[in-house]
Write a protein that binds this ligand. Structure first.
Ligand code: Z5A
Ligand code: MG
Length: 212
């Protein structure tokens, strides 16, 4: 059977500061969509399983030092190495829920002082999400959730800068979800948006590329 006859899956991205609840909500959304009969997979970036991902993981846990530009390009390479599989999955009808994507890449590196256009450049040509759900929370509220760990970037002042760059990146298509609400409330809002997008993509909404 040719892919052209199949409804395609949706590319749904969750973004937000550390501890905003992305991973929690991604897992809930996966069981919801699967339970509603939509073939779905949960992906995350960084994907620490690949060899590029292992370099990223060592950097994040302070086991290695890398120049800011270098680590930025590794995060981007980590998405590029999954790009063709991503397209294949979507075209064969699988919806992908993705825990962080290019927006994390640009927001975090820009917060360190790299130029935003420079940061966006290596992301050009990756698949554009059908939906970006932004889990909105203040860095202070987020830090109260068990506190930050020992990884790089897990500091309130830095998270505030990241939040500012997310603001710069967002466009009118993003869904801003109040991530300070109870988990069940956040979950319901995400389900509504996600289901809409899945149905829209199944009806033939074409895939597009970053940044457009
Ligand atoms: N990074 C980058 O620089 N460039 C890139 O291109 C990419 C990433 C892709 C690692 O990412 C770092 O890489 C990250 C960005 C940078 N650095 N930072 N900061 P990661 O995804 O591996 O980061 P993480 O450490 O997994 O983030 P996070 O801590 O996972 O946050 P989360 O997934 O949003 O939160 P959570 O694990 O779902 O929830 C956190 C806690 O809050 C947990 O105890 C929950 O039970 C609780 N929680 C969740 N929701 C609620 C509600 N609604 N109420 C109360 N409590 C809640
Ligand atoms: Mg997480």
């Amino acid at each position: 059977e040719s892919n052209a006859t199949k409804p395609r899956g949706a590319l749904i991205v969750l973004e937000g500061l550390d501890r905003s609840g992305k991973s929690t909500q991604c897992a809930k959304l996966l069981s919801f969509l699967e339970g509603s009969g939509h073939p779905t997979e949960l992906w995350r970036f960084p994907d620490r399983e690949t060899s590029v991902g292992q370099m990223i993981s060592a950097y994040l846990s302070n086991k290695s030092q890398l120049d800011d530009h270098t680590i930025h390009l590794l995060f981007s390479a980590n998405r590029w190495e999954k790009r063709s599989l991503m397209e294949e999955k979507l075209k064969s009808g699988t919806t992908l829920i993705v825990d962080r994507y290019s927006y994390s890449g640009v927001a975090f590196s820009s917060a360190k002082g790299l130029g935003i256009e420079w940061c966006k450049a290596p992301e050009i040509g990756l698949l554009a999400p059908d939906s970006v759900l932004y889990l909105d929370i203040s860095p202070e509220r987020a830090a109260e959730r068990g506190g930050y760990g020992d990884e790089r970037y897990e500091r309130v002042e830095f998270q505030r800068k990241v939040a500012d760059f997310y603001q710069t990146l967002r466009d009118s298509s993003w869904k801003i979800i109040d991530a300070g609400e109870a988990m069940e409330e956040v979950e319901k809002k995400i389900q509504e948006v996600a289901l809409d997008r899945v149905e829209e993509c199944a009806k033939g909404k074409p895939l597009s590329l970053l940044w457009s």
